[in-house]
Each structure stands twice: as structure tokens, then as C-alpha cells.
Design a protein around this ligand. Structure first.
Ligand code: ACM
Ligand code: ZN
Length: 689
């Protein structure tokens, strides 16, 4: 067995002590929380001249290329002046997994008074030890570290962050900056959503119109672009907004990520979310016309030629195991009447459009597998039958993931309920306008990917978790960072740490320190100390005359937004910031319902609150009519309350349509007029006093 050994002399400035803590900070100040930590007496004092590193160990644990790259990385850490040659203060000992008992990505680190020893069986393990040290020293600003013994390893092999660069193009530098933050959080997969209806973002030599045309538009703001018809423009048009990455840019990103032990997973959307491709190459759609379809035509061979040509170029640039092929939200409507699609379904014996989608995914998977790679797809790729080797990214809840696991497929969990960082993280009235919805840090952190139904065998197929940030409403880079941090740190901890080591109160304290650190590094992280929390009304109950009374729905609520069912509007609970929190009840229709107070009752007040969130098509009713009755048959009007909330405001708004009266009645009727067929009404409680 061969051994190697070399020194690096690097000096870390041990200048000012940060306000965020001292060298005696408890270990738990890092994110993600390690598997085992044992506090030892004493402290390691970083010498005046900084740290010196020594790398030694078995060649079987790490190749010389990997070691070179690790040594290069160490050299680039933010250092002061180089120190004088002396005994190494940090020693990285590479050992085989058998010698050390350490898995890939794991490390053991002992901080003693006179030195720090790191053991690892892979360079990624040593790299993560450095991330731990970086956080412990508050990015090398503290000169003292409490002595301790750490054994640490990831719970999941996939700890991902997703970036939507289609809706708004982001610079290469921005992506690299986020890669640095990911590394600090021990995340190891960057999912780049490179294509979507809002713009194609990768240079493809065989299809130049993708970046000469489909990568540009005239309107920056999402709602302006949508309301002006979602069209593209030629590159170079005055005012053209957008952009794309050259292959050289992408290779630079990939290698920057690789040095930080992060795989970049490119996503090329198909068959849906492909409006931009079909505007540039309309012959790939069912109609053959631009701006007519959003899905590729799987009836045509040209479509497969396009996909294979593009993926060939994608695989030249991205060397990793996975290629993400999208697969979500295809409308498939044009397929039902397209002669090419119909002919394909007949030829292939396919029963309907779901199976036609599955045909496309199978074919693309075969192609990708033939190049030695694997596909990931959103959970809709289950429709019509899952391709044999596909990995499923479960986003519409976890059911798709569970179904895929039960048939032996690998799964990444990213349920919209906990992992979609495009929802606002605090009181929407003081947050940048976003998608709507409310996803505070605590809710993200509460996610546990292992469901009670999963066996140990199932867990082998659960690769991990991912934080997603869709960017329709996230135009500015600074806003993107604000949405990522600290919530992606919660996902990082879910992906790395053992569930028994996770505790929200402790995490919140660590996340406060971590966001302060990120802010010092120049990230626009959300300041947790300013968090307001959920809508105050939702934190308490209010008992009133209609509490617990039955509601007779003349028009039933929408099945996908039932709240808690028939009792929602008289349960004394109010909704929070999100129409999806289970306290709000949704209607894609007018409202007509009658509350039965059970006996004739003197009434002085009737009120019903609605929410407006225009990004999600949730609007105020045009008018609310309130009437009462003693017999439930003939109703006497009490009030007609018209809406006076502007319908074009993008902020979350609430309005209580209410009446002060002086009547005696048993029945209270609420009728509300929906704005349009496609808009929603959401209400949380009918209050009677
Ligand atoms: C998705 O959010 N449409 C995957
Ligand atoms: Zn077709």
C-alpha cells in the first residue's frame, strides 16, 4: 500500500472576534447538525500565522487528481499572509473505507489543544470537514475552536437545490456564488432548470434559434410578459431581456461545482413547458404553428430527433450521472386530435395520451441510458407507466414518490407543501411580491422524508430531498437569495442530519447565526430576527354565534380546496397567509350557503372574510349578499356589500364583507359572486355575533 504526504502552508487571519460568537461557541452552531459531537475540554487556538495543512494517507482512498484539486481548494480559502513552515495544525488523513469505517462523504475530526486531525475515506469527506471548520470559525474569523470529537456522515446521498434560470436568466457568477453557499451547507446537487416557456438558456449548436430567438423577450416582469402575449424576440432587439449560457460558461459552472463536490443536473423540459422551443421550431408541435401549443408532438419523428440532438449536446457539457427531462404539467390536449399523435398511438397500441407521454419518456430514457446516463423526471412521468430506470422527483405531494418506491424506483422528495421556496416566508404585506402561499422556515424544517409506511428496504430508494425555487416572481438575484436563505439550510439539514438530532428551536438559533454569516459574505439572506410569523387571526380561536353550526352548501366548495370540509367555515378557526393551509375553503364558482344557528337568535353582526392573491387567480367576490331567515325558506336581505379592493394589486389582501344589523333569525345566507369562470374565491369563517 502506498502512502503520500504533502504540506500546505496557509494562514488564516485571526483578527477580530465576530459579534456572532466566540471560539467557545457550542458546536451545534453549525448547519447541518453533525451525526455525533462530543465536547472536550480546552480549545484549539489558531496560531498567529494561521493554519498549516498536511495531507497524508493511502492512495487507495483518493486519486492524485482528487488530492490536487482538494489542495487547490484549500489554497483558495480566504487567507491572510502565508505563515512560516512549522508543524501542521490540521492534518487530513485519507484512509480506505475499511481502515476507517467511514463511508463516502463522511469524516471524523478531532480538535485537540495542539492540532486538528481529520480522517476521511474520500476527498468529499475531507471537504465537508473543511466546511464544518469554516462554520465553526465563522468563516475563519474566530481564532479559537472548542476541543471536540466529531463523527459525521450524510443521511441521504442527494441533497439538492434547484434553480429556475428560464423565468429569469441569472449570471454565471450568481450561480457560482450559490454553489459556494450550497457547499457550506454540504449540499451536493444543483438542479439547473435550463428550459421552460419563459426562455431557453443553453447554447445548442444544432438548433441555433433556441438562443437567437427563444431566449429573449421584451418584458422583464413576469406579469407584463404574460399579459402582453408571452412572445419572444430576436437576440439584439433593442430592450431584449434574457440570455443564455454558452457551452464554455456551463463547463465552467460544472467544474466550479465539481471542485465543491456538487453535481450539476441539467433539466431539459419535455414534453410540456416547451412553448419557447415551439415558437422557434413550430414544426415540432402538433399544429405546426408558433404560439399555438405548449407540448412537443410525440407523433412526429422530428421531435425525437430534436430531443436526441439536444441531449447529445447536453451530455457533452454535463458529465454527471443524471439528466433531468422534466415531464411535468404537459397539457396533452393537442395530442388528442393531432393526426400524427393518433397515428403513433395506433401504431404503438397506446391507450390514450398518458400512454403516449409514457412512450416519449421511455424512448428518451432508452436514449439517455444508451449513453451511460440516467433520467430524472417530475412525478407526472408515472402517468401511463414509468420508464424502467427512471428516478422520480416527487413534487405534487409525496404520493408519486411513494408509488415509485413501491415499484423499485429511486426517488427524490421535493413536495410543494414543504420544499417550494417560491412561496413567501413571512407576512406577505412586508415581503417582496412572490408566488403567494406561505412557507415559513419552521414548516420547511418540519418535513420528514421518511413516511411511516416506508420500510428499510424502501429507504434505499429514497435518495434524498431538494429545495426548489421557481422564479416567475423572482426577477432580482437579491430576491432569489432572500428566498433561498435560510430555508435551503433547513432542506440541507433534512438531507444530511439524523432525524433524532433535529430540533427546530435549536436549528432556528443556528440558522440565525448562519444567515448572519451569509449576510456578511454578501448574500441577501432573510433576517430571521425580523420574522413576524403567520396571520395573527389564525393563531387563536374566536367563538361566535355560528361556531359549530352546520352549513348547507347550495354550491359545494372545490374538491381540491375543501379546508377541513363542511365544518370549515364555522369551526372558530381563521386562515393564515396561505389559501392552501387547510383553514381556507376554495370555490371556483359563486358561493351560496346557509348557516343554521339551530334557533331564532338575535343577531347584530355578520361577516365573512375573503382573500385576494392575484398571482394564483384568487380574487375578491364582485359582491357579497347577506340575508337572514326564520324558516330557512324566505330570506330577508341584510346587506349587499360590493367589492372595493382593486383587482390588479399583486399583494395578498384580505377584506371582510360585513354587515351590522339588528335582526332575529335562525338562518344566515351568504351569496358571493365570483369574478370570472377561471378565478377562485377563498374564505375562512362566517362570523355571526
Ligand atoms: C413543477 O413544479 N411544475 C415541477
Ligand atoms: Zn401531435
Amino acid at each position: 500500500m502506498k502512502y503520500f504526504s504533502f504540506f500546505l502552508f496557509l494562514a488564516l487571519l485571526s483578527s477580530t472576534m465576530s459579534a456572532a460568537g466566540t471560539g467557545n461557541d457550542s458546536f451545534c452552531n453549525i448547519i447541518p447538525v453533525p451525526e455525533h459531537y462530543e465536547h472536550l475540554d480546552g480549545s484549539f487556538i489558531i496560531p498567529e500565522c494561521g493554519l498549516t495543512f498536511r495531507i497524508s494517507g493511502s492512495e487507495q482512498a483518493a486519486s492524485s487528481d482528487e488530492l490536487e484539486s482538494f489542495a487547490d481548494y484549500l489554497k483558495k480559502l480566504p487567507m491572510g499572509e502565508a505563515g512560516s513552515r512549522k508543524k501542521a495544525s490540521v492534518e487530513f488523513r485519507f484512509m480506505t473505507a475499511r481502515q476507517s469505517g467511514l463511508r463516502e462523504e463522511s469524516y471524523r475530526m478531532k480538535v485537540s489543544q495542539d492540532r486538528i486531525v481529520v480522517e476521511a475515506s474520500s476527498v468529499s469527506g475531507a471537504f465537508y470537514a473543511v466546511q464544518t471548520l469554516a462554520q465553526m470559525t465563522y468563516l475563519w474569523k474566530l481564532h479559537e475552536i472548542s476541543c471536540c470529537m466529531i463523527e459525521d456522515s450524510p443521511r441521504f446521498s442527494y441533497r439538492g437545490m434547484h434553480m429556475d434560470v428560464s423565468r429569469h436568466f441569472r449570471s454565471k457568477e450568481f450561480i457560482m456564488k450559490q454553489i459556494d453557499a450550497m457547499a457550506l451547507m454540504k449540499m451536493n446537487r444543483l438542479h439547473l432548470h435550463l428550459t421552460d416557456g419563459a426562455g431557453w438558456r443553453m447554447e445548442v449548436e444544432s438548433y441555433p434559434r433556441l438562443t437567437e430567438f427563444a431566449a429573449w423577450r421584451l418584458q422583464r416582469k413576469w406579469s407584463d410578459w404574460v399579459s402582453s402575449g408571452s412572445e419572444y424576440c430576436e437576440k439584439g432587439t433593442p430592450g431584449a431581456y434574457g440570455g443564455y449560457y454558452t457551452k464554455a460558461d456551463l463547463k465552467e459552472i460544472v467544474s466550479y461545482a465539481e471542485a465543491r463536490h456538487i453535481d450539476v443536473i441539467p433539466e431539459i423540459e419535455m414534453p410540456g413547458h416547451s412553448e419557447e422551443v415551439l415558437a422557434a421550431y413550430p414544426e415540432l408541435s402538433c399544429s405546426g404553428r408558433p404560439y399555438a401549443d405548449s407540448d412537443f408532438c410525440p407523433g412526429k419523428e422530428e421531435t425525437f430527433r430534436f430531443i436526441e440532438d439536444v441531449l447529445t449536446e447536453v451530455m457533452e457539457v454535463f458529465p454527471g450521472e443524471y439528466i433531468h427531462i422534466g415531464g411535468d404539467e404537459a397539457g396533452k390536449n393537442s395530442w388528442k386530435t393531432c393526426p400524427d399523435c393518433i397515428a403513433r398511438m395506433e401504431r404503438e397500441g397506446l391507450e390514450g395520451v398518458d400512454e403516449l407521454q409514457s412512450y416519449l419518456v421511455h424512448r428518451v430514457e432508452e436514449f439517455v441510458n444508451s449513453k451511460g446516463r440516467r433520467i430524472i423526471g417530475w412525478d407526472e412521468i408515472l402517468q401511463g407507466g414509468l420508464a424502467p430506470n427512471a428516478t422520480v422527483m416527487s413534487w405534487r405531494g409525496t404520493e408519486g414518490g411513494l408509488q415509485a418506491i413501491s415499484s423499485g424506483h429511486d426517488v427524490i422528495m421535493t413536495p410543494v407543501s414543504h420544499c417550494y421556496l417560491d412561496y413567501t416566508q413571512d407576512a406577505p404585506f412586508r415581503e417582496p411580491v412572490s408566488m403567494g402561499g406561505y412557507l415559513p422556515l419552521e414548516k420547511v424544517y418540519s418535513y420528514e422524508p421518511r413516511e411511516s409506511s416506508m420500510s428499510d428496504e424502501d429507504m434505499k430508494h429514497l435518495l434524498g430531498v431538494q429545495a426548489n425555487l421557481w422564479a416567475e416572481w423572482v426577477k432580482e438575484d437579491s430576491h432569489a437569495e432572500y428566498m433561498y436563505y435560510p430555508r435551503s439550510a433547513a432542506i440541507a439539514e433534512i438531507g444530511w442530519s439524523r432525524p433524532e438530532n433535529r430540533n427546530y428551536e435549536e436549528f432556528r438559533a443556528r440558522a440565525g447565526r448562519f444567515t448572519a454569516l451569509l449576510r456578511e459574505m454578501g448574500y441577501n439572506a432573510f433576517d430571521l430576527s425580523e420574522e413576524y410569523g403567520n396571520r395573527r387571526e389564525s393563531l387563536d380561536t374566536l367563538v361566535h354565534l355560528a361556531s359549530g353550526c352546520p352549513v348547507d352548501y347550495k354550491i359545494l366548495y372545490a374538491p381540491n380546496y375543501p379546508g377541513t370540509g363542511d365544518s370549515t367555515l364555522t369551526d372558530s378557526f381563521f386562515g393564515g397567509w396561505s389559501y392552501g393551509d387547510g383553514r381556507w375553503q376554495g370555490f371556483r364558482s359563486d358561493i351560496d350557503m346557509v348557516v343554521d344557528l339551530k334557533k331564532n337568535t338575535p343577531i347584530r353582526y355578520i361577516g365573512v372574510t375573503f382573500m385576494q392573491q392575484t398571482q394564483a387567480w384568487v380574487h375578491m367576490p364582485v359582491i357579497v349578499r347577506i340575508s337572514v331567515s326564520e324558516d330557512g325558506i324566505s330570506f330577508v336581505p341584510v346587506a349587499e356589500v360590493p367589492n372595493d379592493v382593486p383587482g390588479d394589486c399583486e399583494r395578498l389582501l384580505f377584506k371582510t364583507f360585513q354587515a351590522v344589523c339588528n335582526v332575529k333569525a335562525r338562518y344566515v345566507r351568504i351569496q358571493a359572486e365570483n369574478l370570472r369562470e377561471e378565478t377562485w374565491l377563498f374564505t375562512d369563517e362566517i362570523v355571526v355575533n
